[in-house]
Write a new protein. Structure first.
Length: 268
């Protein structure tokens, strides 16, 4: 048995807590039970623009703060709201290239299920399959975890609205309201103030836009594009981009709410 000094033991604990030597592989635990590659993937999600989804009385609304890094950007490209199947839609935060791979896999799962069983895949079943796929990338040394979180929602007459999230570890959870990305903490605080069970999708579109505008950091990220989509009773259970008239109305509502908040701060 080799004895070590107290200083050597402290140095060992410090190295294990910051990932030194334990972050080369996704298949390796640190002494304190952490998988640093997964934590780094979650950090990639946290550096992304804010993405929120809220489950209302008659559907689910998705909102995305897509950061614009160039004045030459063409509006409408690289959308972060995606349709997996007619009856399932979602929004992604994190690395867009990883998100495309996840969405493509989700579409394959939905298509395979429909081919075999002749019915659309339930949201919970899709999330279980997709979560298992994402998890596989966290247990093998030759693979890298996906740096993306995806929010998925659906609605039908029988089961109503459903909302779930899959994170970089492959965990799938159900929510009434969820937020990921840079402003997730502030967004969650605002979502918790909503009486979601009584609000319709048309009402939630305005609230989601308001939350995205309120959590946007104008100092670090001056320009952003708001993306809004919904799925519910008004869309016939199909995931769609929010119509332009509702979109413009929501943006106007959000901007007025933001200006009122700024005026109150100036008075105080």
């Amino acid at each position: 048995r080799v004895a070590i000094t107290a200083g050597e033991y402290k140095s060992y604990l410090r190295m294990s807590s910051i990932g030194t030597g334990y972050d080369f592989s996704a298949g390796q635990f640190s002494p304190d039970g952490r998988v640093f590659q997964v934590e780094y993937a979650q950090k990639a999600v946290e550096n992304s623009g804010s993405v929120i989804a809220v489950r209302g009385s008659d559907g689910v609304v998705f909102g995305v703060e897509k950061i614009i890094t160039s004045q030459l950007y063409e509006q409408g490209n690289n959308r972060r709201v995606q349709s997996v199947d007619d009856h399932i839609g979602g929004a992604v935060a994190g690395m867009l290239s990883d998100a495309r791979a996840i969405v493509a896999r989700a579409r394959e799962e939905a298509t395979d299920y429909r081919d075999v069983y002749q019915v659309p895949i339930p949201l919970k079943m899709l999330c279980e399959r997709l979560g298992h796929y994402v998890h596989l990338y966290t247990v093998y040394g030759g693979l890298r975890p996906f740096g993306v979180s995806i929010l998925l929602g659906s609605w039908d007459e029988l089961n109503g609205a459903k909302l779930m999230e899959i994170d970089p570890s492959g965990s799938a959870r159900g929510y009434y309201g969820c937020a990921v990305g840079k402003g997730k903490q502030n967004a969650k605080t605002e979502i918790e103030k909503l009486d979601m069970t009584k609000l319709t999708c048309r009402e939630l579109i305005k609230e989601v836009a308001k939350i995205i505008y309120s959590v946007h950091d104008e100092v670090k990220d001056k320009h952003f594009e708001l993306e809004l989509s919904w799925i519910g009773k008004d869309t016939g259970g199909k995931h769609q981009i929010v119509p332009k008239d509702l979109y413009d109305e929501a943006v106007k509502y959000a901007e007025e709410a933001l200006n009122d908040s700024d005026d109150e701060d100036n008075v105080m």
